[in-house]
Design a protein around this ligand. Structure first.
Ligand SMILES: C[S@@+](CC[C@H](N)C(=O)[O-])C[C@H]1O[C@@H](n2cnc3c(N)ncnc32)[C@H](O)[C@@H]1O
Length: 225
């Protein structure tokens, strides 16, 4: 998969996407990531990418011209163009799965007060929010999307890190897990996990996932019913 990102803060991407599983996915060629500086698409002397909103109001908006030009240059016919914005549909594991199968992505990250509406109308195939709060710019939301999508690409996670049985994969939170020692400071691992009875263990895990989800995220259970 190829992911292009359009940003004013290319430097923010160095580090988080150069470590661990994402780094290995890039090294293996499973993810091709390209970070583009929006200012490279502004042509005036000051590399202006923003302007005041018509009708007044606080702050500045990202202008259409540099973003249109960048998208026309970077997006292929099948590229899904995604705006990061607090007004988007709320990103979750099933959207991550959808994007992991979608082909190439172009993520457009905002700054200031956001985007001129024509960018939203004409360029965006999708608009994603990472949650009901406002960040200073779209770099962190883009990195969240890249991380969640990349780990679902075929071949990125080894068998020992399967994404099949984790939180949200079945619409439920993950069941409790334990490793050695079997007893630590008086806290014992549930007997069933030491029993070697795989059917019993699967039953216990399914029940624990259901109980945990009911306690912490009953909204997820309502969605699967
Ligand atoms: C300060 S925010 C703009 C907020 C905008 N005025 C509003 O009320 O929705 C600047 C940029 O950060 C990004 N951003 C901030 N919070 C976000 C979130 N929760 N999800 C996705 N992107 C976000 C977007 O790209 C946005 O254009």
């Amino acid at each position: 998969m190829k992911i292009d990102v359009l940003t004013l803060f290319a430097g923010m991407f160095a580090g988080p996407l150069d470590e661990s599983i994402i780094r290995r996915a890039r090294d293996a060629g499973l993810l091709k990531l390209a970070i583009h500086n929006l200012r490279d698409y502004a042509h005036d002397r000051h590399k202006t990418v923003d302007d005041k909103p018509f009708g007044g109001g606080p702050g500045m908006l990202l202008k259409p011209e540099p973003i249109f030009e960048a998208v026309e240059k970077l997006a292929g016919e099948k590229t899904r163009v995604i705006l990061l914005s607090p007004s988007g549909r709320k990103f979750n594991q099933s959207i991550a799965r959808e994007l992991a199968e979608a082909g190439d992505l172009l993520l457009i990250t905002g700054h200031y007060e956001g985007f001129d509406e024509r960018i939203r109308q004409e360029l965006a195939d999708d608009e994603l929010s990472i949650g009901d709060y406002v960040l200073t710019n779209g770099a962190l939301p883009a990195m969240v999307v890249i991380d969640a999508v990349t780990r679902l690409l075929p071949g990125v996670l080894g068998d020992d890190q399967s994404s099949q049985e984790e939180s949200f994969s079945e619409g439920l939170l993950e069941y409790p897990q334990y490793t050695r020692p079997a007893e630590f400071r008086g806290m014992k691992v549930p007997e069933v996990l030491l029993s070697g009875n795989h059917a019993e263990i699967a039953r216990w895990r399914a029940e624990q996932a259901r109980v945990r989800t009911q306690e912490r995220r009953p909204d997820l259970i309502r969605k699967t019913e």
